[in-house]
Design a protein around this ligand. Structure first.
Ligand code: BDR
Ligand code: CA
Length: 331
């Protein structure tokens, strides 16, 4: 058995890179307990084509062109697509990189949904899916394979908000709002599911200086690229929140899904059925059933999810730094 197959967490990473997606990808590659089996892409922060290009590029830069990348959902299941948020992640999703190196890794020809299903069938009960974008790929995978909740070991997703206000409306978080119908199907499907939402990601502010320090340590194009992207992204968040501007930083959103996977003890949780408002002013709101009272309307009988409500922020920052400071980039 090779060293990589002994890693405790075999993961498929479902993503729309995206600056914090890139951060999370490099955390996953760097972490000794994670075996990254594939990267499945979706629209979201950028178009799905740009997301797939960015995933291939980030992997190639880090010397991990061996990891398969697929192209997935190009639009929400039901609602119309919105323009990607170029002001947050850059028009290219990576903070408008001034240039890119050549790379020659190519897409796996399967759709993201088919890749998830194929891998789950091949390794039943072993794989954790970490989705950090709109949930269309997982909803489509459920259509292909309704037994997916039994075939995957767990789903640890970044998305939603229970008590914290939303970031695209007073109640909606961006990933859920981007495809609320897909999200509601996923929450109702019966996965062993952990939701890492704004309740915790808004508690962890990562300073750009941390990424400058890590880039200086590695002196490698992969970390220089991440530093550039984070600097752009922090400009957006610092413009929005004075307490973030004070340290010129950003929220790490997606990387916290991986932190919740590798270090679940850093979080406090509440469990209950989660439903998503699919239309109206509250579209994209994630609602957690907090008590087992019998509500007058139906719809709350479904499976329970686990929502992260509190986090040890300093411990997360330390862990992210220790992990990315490791000697993880391959030549
Ligand atoms: C989520 O939305 C995207 O902009 C980020 O990549 C993250 O997945 C935060 O709301
Ligand atoms: Ca994302």
């Amino acid at each position: 058995m090779s060293t990589t197959t002994q890693r405790p967490h075999a993961v498929i990473y479902d993503t729309d890179p995206g600056v914090d997606d890139a951060m999370a990808l490099y955390y996953a590659l760097a972490h000794p307990d994670i075996e990254l089996l594939g990267v499945t892409t979706t629209f979201g922060n950028v178009t799905v084509d740009q997301a797939a290009t960015n995933a291939l590029y980030l992997l190639a830069l880090a010397g991990r062109a061996d990891i398969p990348v697929t192209r997935g959902a190009a639009a929400p299941l039901v609602k119309h697509a919105e323009a990607p948020p170029a002001h947050i992640h850059g028009a290219d999703g990576l903070g408008n990189l001034p240039q890119r190196q050549r790379f020659d890794n190519r897409l796996d020809p399967r759709s993201s949904a088919q890749f998830i299903v194929d891998m789950a069938r091949a390794r039943p009960g072993e794989i954790t899916l970490v989705p950090v974008g709109p949930l269309g790929n997982l909803a489509l995978a459920l259509e292909i394979e309704p037994r997916l909740p039994q075939l995957l070991r767990a789903v640890v997703l970044m998305g939603g908000a229970v008590l914290e206000p939303g970031n695209v409306s007073p109640v909606a978080e961006a990933n859920i709002w981007n495809d609320p119908h897909a999200a509601d199907r996923v929450f109702c499907a019966g996965f062993p599911l952990t939701m890492v939402g704004l309740d915790v990601t808004h508690q962890v502010i990562l300073p750009v200086a941390l990424f400058a320090e890590m880039a200086a340590h590695h002196q490698h194009p992969a970390m220089h690229t991440l530093h550039h992207a984070v600097d752009f992204y922090a400009g957006f968040y610092s413009g929005l929140y004075p307490h973030v501007a004070q340290i010129h930083g950003c929220f790490g959103h997606d990387v916290l899904a991986f932190v919740a996977l590798t270090d679940p003890q850093l979080f406090e949780y509440e469990s209950g059925a989660v439903r998503v408002a699919v239309d109206g002013l509250a579209q994209g709101q994630t609602m957690l059933r907090r008590k087992t009272i019998s509500y007058p309307q139906s719809g709350w009988e479904g499976p329970a999810s686990r929502a992260c409500m509190q986090v040890q922020a300093q411990a997360c920052k330390d862990l992210i730094k220790t992990t990315l400071m490791r000697d993880w980039i391959r030549p």
